[in-house]
Design a protein around this ligand. Structure first.
Ligand SMILES: Cc1cc2nc3c(=O)[nH]c(=O)nc-3n(C[C@H](O)[C@H](O)[C@H](O)COP(=O)(O)O)c2cc1C
Length: 170
């Protein structure tokens, strides 16, 4: 599949089969995550692959949606603010940008491998940190439920047009 087609096909999946995601598959996905670029190559991230029922229950209490509970695995993408690059001129922390790129690698490769994912950010961060016993400077930035979609819906790309968002300065 071309990268262009993968980008077209990726969509948020919010319903998963019970079928587990194998460790081999997770390893392939994490290889793609690992190769993501980051500011100054700091790689200020940590990814928690949550499969255990009691830990998944902890994540579900932090994001209480019926569909989220169908995911057999949730990858919690975290940023380490003490490791990320902060721009000297204004102190801007690039941690979130770095983690977002790594997540994009994950979601795109997952699409190619026939897996569904969904970004989730609207959760109680303190509850996730507690459930996973995260160190103080490690922030859970996004949860990515991952698994095999129950449906085969075509992505509905409701997006601004390229013309609208492109500004040529010529
Ligand atoms: C940073 C970010 C945070 C998001 N948080 C949530 C969320 O908490 N819950 C949810 O159901 N979807 C969440 N989404 C998914 C978006 O709603 C979805 O990507 C968008 O509507 C476009 O749809 P698509 O992913 O199917 O193309 C999030 C997406 C991004 C990029």
């Amino acid at each position: 599949m071309s990268i262009k087609q993968i980008i077209i096909d990726r969509r948020s999946v919010r319903n998963f089969e019970m079928r587990p995601v194998s460790r081999q598959t997770i390893a392939e996905l994490m290889e793609a995550v690992r190769l993501a670029p980051s500011a100054c190559n700091k790689q200020p991230w940590a990814f928690y692959v949550v499969e255990r029922a009691d830990k998944l229950a902890g994540l579900r209490s932090a994001y209480n949606r019926e569909w989220f509970a169908t995911a057999p695995t949730v990858i919690v993408a975290c940023g380490c603010h003490s490791e990320s690059w902060h721009r000297a001129a204004d102190g801007k922390d690039h941690c979130d940008i770095d983690v977002a790129i790594a997540i994009d690698h994950l979601t795109l490769l997952a699409t190619e491998m026939g897996l569904g994912t969904c970004w989730v950010c609207n959760f109680d961060t303190a509850a996730v940190a507690k459930a996973l016993d995260l160190p103080d400077d490690v922030e859970p930035i996004a949860m990515i439920p991952i698994g095999y979609a129950t449906d085969a819906v075509k992505p509905d790309k409701n997006r601004k047009s390229a013309d609208f968002i492109t500004h040529f300065i010529d």
